[in-house]
Write a protein that binds this ligand. Structure first.
Ligand code: FUL
Length: 488
């Protein structure tokens, strides 16, 4: 016999279910809407790399110059012990995730046997003209699991056509060679130094170009993206990564990943300060990259062997770059043998040891977390997410709560020297200011105040022994979204 249910049964149970879901913690609550602009998938992957290495190598290594004039004979380029595997294994040990090689610097000398150039390794004694250093480096990167990136100087002091449309065709042909023949390229680095005096095929003259129009960057970038869509472009002003405005190793203490690019050409004067901090209301996500050399120069010079940055200096640079939400691009130039010099290796190893020493014992693990409030009282957004080791889960508040605090309590007092915080940047950069407090003599004491967080912020504080630590978000564009805190 057919059972007929009471017509009211279904709607009542449904309503009760909905009421329960709304009142119970742990049930689904909408995540916050993004604060625009947000990073692209490729920019996000770049943020996560944190530390990359730059490799400057060309005829300058043999002439002692920083900017070759372009009249150097390829016959001087003769690294007799070149070992790209040594370069990449040294860099891997330090923790670099990617490497960017100067395939051609301003002197125009090509480290690969370009079909379009005679000013190249193919006319040098290196491997009797049969060498291809771009290939050696890209292969070593593949072998050791590092990403490979390319620097190809737009300015070419050797090329006879520099300054005319013919040179643009040459430059694009070279990009095509590099982007078709050397595997995946994660980053393309366009240098802002452009135009001036040079050899220019023997003319030895001054050539100025209109930086805004000469290169027709949009067309060049389209060409490259057509071959490798995942590549991100660095230049003074983006479009994917901006210069941080100095070559000394520091991002601004306030560092917004957002900026309004009123131009996509490199080398615009007078914007260093802005590049260093970004702008709070910038229209695009264009994070800053901190490029700096381990030596005074970008190229190896024997007289600078005693001037290699110390492990402590490199550690400070780490704090002012990665620790301020940027990616560090540290230049390590090979010497005339074609090897990373012993002094540089020693410093890099010391730097790694300092990083290990400072950041190996995360005191936040095992602490208990609580917060002034959390979104919809849902466990999906609770403060436990701050210390669960999962970067995809986060603490956040209701939409109308743009300030708030969370605290971690240790089972017994701990000495804290570094506070590391991260924002969940897929939803945009939000936090404008925050402070760090420790529990001292039965009250909260402020030990540090800062502005932006972004992908990562590391604050060094005077070592303090405490049972509790509190982070107070004092101003934010919208509800703060924090996936991670670490304490060391
Ligand atoms: C600058 C260049 O002129 C330097 O030689 C170096 O390559 C540095 C990374 O960028 O603009």
């Amino acid at each position: 016999m057919r059972r007929i249910s009471h017509p009211i049964t279904f709607p009542i149970s449904c309503i009760i279910g909905l009421l329960l879901a709304a009142c119970q913690p742990g049930k689904s609550v909408e995540p916050p809407a993004p604060v625009l602009p947000v990073p692209s998938k490729n920019q996000l992957a770049w943020h996560e790399m944190e530390m990359n290495a730059f490799i400057h190598f060309t005829t300058n290594t043999f002439t002692g110059k920083e900017w070759g004039y372009g009249d150097e004979s390829p016959s001087i380029f003769n690294p007799t012990e070149l070992d790209a595997d040594q370069w990449i294994s040294v860099l891997k040990e330090v923790g670099f995730k990617g490497v960017i090689l100067t395939c051609k610097h301003h002197d125009g000398f090509c480290l690969w046997p370009s079909e379009y150039a005679e000013h190249s390794v193919k006319n040098s004694p290196y491997k009797n003209g049969n060498g291809d250093i771009v290939k050696e480096v890209s292969d070593a990167c593949k072998k050791h699991g590092l990403k490979f990136g390319v620097y190809l100087s737009p300015w070419d002091r050797n090329h006879k056509d520099y300054g005319t449309p013919e040179y643009i065709a040459y430059y694009r042909n070279q990009l095509e060679e590099l982007f078709t023949g050397y595997g995946p390229i994660f980053e393309m680095w366009f240098d802002g130094a452009n135009g001036g005096d040079g050899y220019y095929g023997g003319k030895r003259e001054m050539r100025r170009i209109d930086r805004e129009t000469y290169y027709d960057w949009p067309a060049t970038l389209d060409l490259v993206r057509g071959i490798q869509p995942q590549v991100i472009f660095f230049s003074d002003a983006g479009p994917d990564i901006r210069w941080i405005g100095n070559e000394s190793g520091y991002a601004g203490e306030t560092n917004w990943n957002t900026i309004t690019p009123d131009t996509l050409y490199a080398g615009k004067a007078g914007i260093q300060k802005l590049l260093n901090t970004g702008s709070i209301d910038g229209s695009h996500w264009i994070p800053g990259e901190v490029d700096v050399s381990i030596r005074p120069g970008w190229f190896y010079h024997a007289e600078e062997d005693s001037l290699v940055k110390t492990p402590e200096q490199l550690f400070d640079i780490y704090l002012t770059s990665v620790g301020r939400g940027s990616v560090l691009l540290l230049n390590v130039p090979p010497d005339r043998r074609g090897l990373i010099h012993e002094n540089d290796i020693r410093s890099l190893q010391g730097f790694r040891e300092l990083l290990n020493k400072a950041f190996s014992n995360n005191l936040a693990i095992g602490a208990t977390a609580k917060a002034s409030s959390y979104r919809g009282k849902s466990s999906q957004f609770s403060p436990e997410n701050l210390i669960d080791g999962d970067k995809e889960t986060y603490w956040t508040t209701d939409d109308d709560v743009a300030t708030g605090s969370f605290e971690l309590e240790f089972s017994e007092p701990q000495t804290v020297s570094y506070v590391l915080l991260q924002e969940y940047i897929p939803l945009g950069q939000r936090i404008k200011s925050f402070r760090v407090e420790v529990w001292n003599n039965d009250e909260w004491e402020t030990v540090s105040e800062a502005t932006t967080i972004g992908y990562k912020r590391i604050l060094q504080i005077n070592p303090v022994k405490t049972s509790k630590i509190r982070i107070d978000i004092t101003d934010s564009k919208a509800c703060p979204v924090i996936p991670n805190i670490e304490l060391y």
